[in-house]
Design a protein around this ligand. Structure first.
Ligand code: ADP
Ligand code: MG
Length: 318
């Protein structure tokens, strides 16, 4: 048998929620099914795969339910790290069930497992001094101030629309369940891990981990995982077939290929990749390649097969 190669595939929000009209659990399941069909192609072509995924909207929904149930019925609230764990479980369930069904149809009897994954962050990460990611629903000023005083929340006024909680987005430093993930992959198990960038935890000393209210960029966490398992490929699946220069401008140019130094140059120019969306993907790939990674691709789910054959997608290499 040919030597197997390992890929980390980071799947984006569009693999679970297509648009605002398709957000139900059933819709998310159908969206997951489309994406895992293309991941099955990859596995059929001989790749061992670890799958990372986003969870922003899903965590948002869990938080809103928690807030509403608390207001209406006095139910206990769910801390953000636990919302993250819940979302990893539910999203992992959809991915593993749809992928397993598709693989079975093709006669591939590969086991699949979701690993609830903690990702360690540095408690001194500068991001904690500047929380900027809004989460949860809007509050009036009185509630915001009470939450701030009683619970230590950071809150900001959002352009006249009300107050919101903001949390930090620190960098991932360590995948706590790395050994489990490696053991599974080297035994041929398809692994779903670092969901939503992982559950952010800090080390209280002697590896006593504690969840923190923060969010980790899923592309950064997936890239770190790709380095840690020495992946042959880091593939970011998102809503676009290729990456563009001057995105959305009249002189937009789709890219087939970038070298590491070109990618760094374009990032530095600051005009090509939108801050909250494409820039972190390029940054994640830059870090992956700088740490010894061999190749990365950005494309959308339906083009994964074609991209792997070198026919589309944007390839980034050292
Ligand atoms: P994901 O959930 O996959 O992380 P994001 O919305 O965060 O998705 O990022 C993908 C989006 O980035 C694309 O759908 C596209 O609209 C946007 N984007 C920003 N800059 C670029 C660029 N230079 N080239 C291509 N897409 C870009
Ligand atoms: Mg994103």
């Amino acid at each position: 048998m040919a030597e197997r190669k390992v890929a980390v595939v980071a799947i984006g929000g569009n693999s679970l929620i297509k648009d605002k009209q398709h957000q139900t659990v059933e819709d998310q399941y159908l969206a997951a099914k489309e994406t895992t069909y293309h991941i099955a192609d990859m596995i059929e072509a001989g790749w061992d795969v670890a799958i990372g995924h986003g969870n922003g909207p899903q965590v948002g929904f869990i938080l809103r339910r928690s807030e509403i149930a608390h207001k209406v019925e006095g139910m206990h609230e769910i801390p953000l790290d636990v919302c993250g764990a819940d979302s990893q479980g539910a999203i992992g369930y959809a991915l593993q069930q749809t992928l397993q069904t598709e693989l079975y149809k093709r006669g591939i009897h590969k086991p699949i497992a979701t690993v609830i994954t903690q990702v360690m962050v540095d408690k001194n990460d500068p991001a904690f001094a500047n929380p900027s990611k809004p989460i949860g629903g809007f509050m009036d000023e009185a509630e915001a101030k009470t939450r701030e005083a009683d619970m230590g929340w950071s809150v900001v006024e959002d352009a006249g629309r009300g107050w919101r909680r903001v949390v930090a987005s620190p960098l991932p430093k360590e995948v706590v369940e790395l050994k489990s993930v490696k053991t599974l992959i080297s035994n041929g198990v398809v692994v779903i891990t670092v969901g939503g960038g992982g559950i952010p935890v800090i080390d209280m000393g002697e590896r006593e981990f504690r969840g923190v209210a923060a969010v980790i960029d899923k592309d950064f966490a997936s890239g770190l995982l790709a380095n840690l398992i020495d992946a042959d490929l880091f593939l970011i699946s998102t809503a676009v077939e290729k990456v563009a220069l001057n995105y959305g401008k009249p002189n937009q140019k789709w890219l087939d290929h970038m070298t590491l130094s070109e990618a760094k140059g374009y990032l530095q120019e600051g005009i090509h990749f939108a801050k909250g969306s494409m820039a972190p993907k390029i940054q994640a790939i830059v870090w992956f390649l700088e740490a010894g990674g061999k190749q990365a691709i950005i494309t959308n789910p339906e083009n994964i097969g074609k991209a792997l054959r070198g026919e589309t997608g944007t390839w980034i290499v050292p």
